[in-house]
Every structure is written in structure tokens, then in C-alpha cells.
Design a binder for this molecule. Structure first.
Ligand code: 4NP
Length: 170
């Protein structure tokens, strides 16, 4: 499925990454995608933020296991958790769900068909991710789950950055 067209071609392309709590997967994806985009020279062309569908962790830091995993691999970790608001659809070109529960919740929240068409699974941009390209919830598991999540996110971020680059010309 191709990338949605920008809503406003005069501004940056705007992406929101969404998971359940906005303390593990989506903040990790936000940091890693921003890093990849900067490496590709697209820091000013693409804006990335993140949110959770749930409200339990609003205002919280990243989960310490997510932060220590990011730090170990050289990524930044500053974060304040937020809940996704349906009004944000109007201000985003692409809304990326980490798993199918997040995707179903976002489809329910979307105010119109145009917003629904802007929702994708984040990991669908990873080459070879298979038929159900989710990033599984690491919250109730061990530290190794966070490394697995980081590896999946790195592959998907690279794929997505590669698809975004042609939007901005050669
Ligand atoms: P995330 O992980 O959706 O990747 O941020 C979770 C964080 C918190 C909870 C579940 C998943 N929780 O149930 O509080």
C-alpha cells in the first residue's frame, strides 16, 4: 500500500506513531524513526511524534526498560507520554499503529474515511515482516523483549525512511 499524500504539500510530512501506553513501543519508534530521518537528510521534511490509545500513563517518562535499551543502542530517551486524540487525525498525514489492537482502536476513533485511509501498521514498512506485521507489546515480558522490539523498529524505520525520501525529490 502506498504512502498517503501529504494533506498540505507546503509543510512537513507529519507522522504519529501509536501504541497502547505510549511508554514502550511508540516512543522507541519515534526516537528511532527521527534518528533515521535525520541520517537521510529529512529532519526538516518529516515530523514525528507518538501517543497511546490508553490514558494510564499520561505525563509519564518512557518505561525504564525502553529507555535503557534505546540508550544502549545510541538513541535519545526524553519523553512525556500522551494519549492520542481523534482531533489529531486532521493534523497528521500518516498514523502508524504498532499492533492490530492499536490499529482497530484508531480506525474506530477516525472521524472520516480520509483519516482512516491514513492508518497503517508501522511494521508493514519492514521488508519481509510477514503477513501480520505487528510490533508485539513488551510490557509484561523481560528485557530481551525490548531488544527484539528495537530490532523490529529499526528495520521498519529504515523501510519507511526509504519510502518517504522520494516524496521530496532526488
Ligand atoms: P506500550 O506498552 O503500549 O508499548 O507503551 C504498554 C505500556 C503499558 C501498558 C501496556 C502496554 N499497561 O497496561 O499499562
Amino acid at each position: 500500500m502506498s504512502l498517503p499524500e501529504p494533506r498540505d504539500s507546503s509543510g512537513p510530512y507529519r507522522i504519529c506513531v501509536v501504541c497502547l501506553g505510549n511508554i514502550c513501543r511508540s516512543p522507541m519508534a519515534e526516537k528511532i524513526l527521527i534518528t533515521d530521518l535525520a541520517r537521510a537528510g529529512l529532519a526538516d521534511r518529516v515530523e514525528v511524534d507518538s501517543a497511546g490509545t490508553g490514558d494510564w500513563h499520561i505525563g509519564a517518562d518512557m518505561d525504564p526498560r525502553a529507555a535503557s535499551t534505546l540508550r544502549k543502542y545510541g538513541y535519545p530517551t526524553g519523553h512525556v507520554a500522551r494519549q492520542f486524540s481523534p482531533s489529531w487525525f486532521a493534523e497528521r498525514d500518516l498514523v502508524l499503529a504498532m499492533d492490530t489492537d492499536n490499529l482497530d482502536d484508531l480506525v474506530r476513533l477516525a472521524p472520516d474515511a480520509e483519516s482512516r485511509e491514513r492508518i497503517r501498521l508501522f511494521r508493514s514498512f519492514a521488508p519481509g515482516a510477514g503477513p501480520n506485521p505487528e510490533v508485539p507489546d513488551p510490557y509484561y515480558g523481560g528485557d530481551d523483549g525490548f531488544v527484539a522490539v528495537l530490532t523490529m523498529i529499526e528495520a521498519a524505520s529504515k523501510g519507511l525512511t526509504g519510502e518517504l525520501a522520494p516524496l521530496f525529490g532526488p
